[in-house]
Design a protein around this ligand. Structure first.
Ligand code: ZN
Length: 62
């Protein structure tokens, strides 16, 4: 199980995204960002995607 804390990406937010792959995390991060942080697809630049990928951590709690 992989997870990503929204706060680690710089948002004042307690949301944690969980998934089984980086692709799943990225898809959920985009959904969450667009729904809760008014982000657009164009906000997910290669730099931001890369930054988010580096913030994904392996979680042993399933
Ligand atoms: Zn958030």
């Amino acid at each position: 199980m992989l997870s990503l804390k929204c706060s680690d990406a710089g948002f004042d937010c307690q949301h944690t995204i969980k998934g089984n792959s980086k692709e799943e995390i990225m898809n959920q991060a985009k959904e969450h960002g667009k729904r809760d942080h008014n982000l657009q697809d164009s906000d997910f630049s290669p730099e931001l995607v890369n930054k988010i990928e580096n913030l994904i951590t392996e979680s042993k709690i399933s």
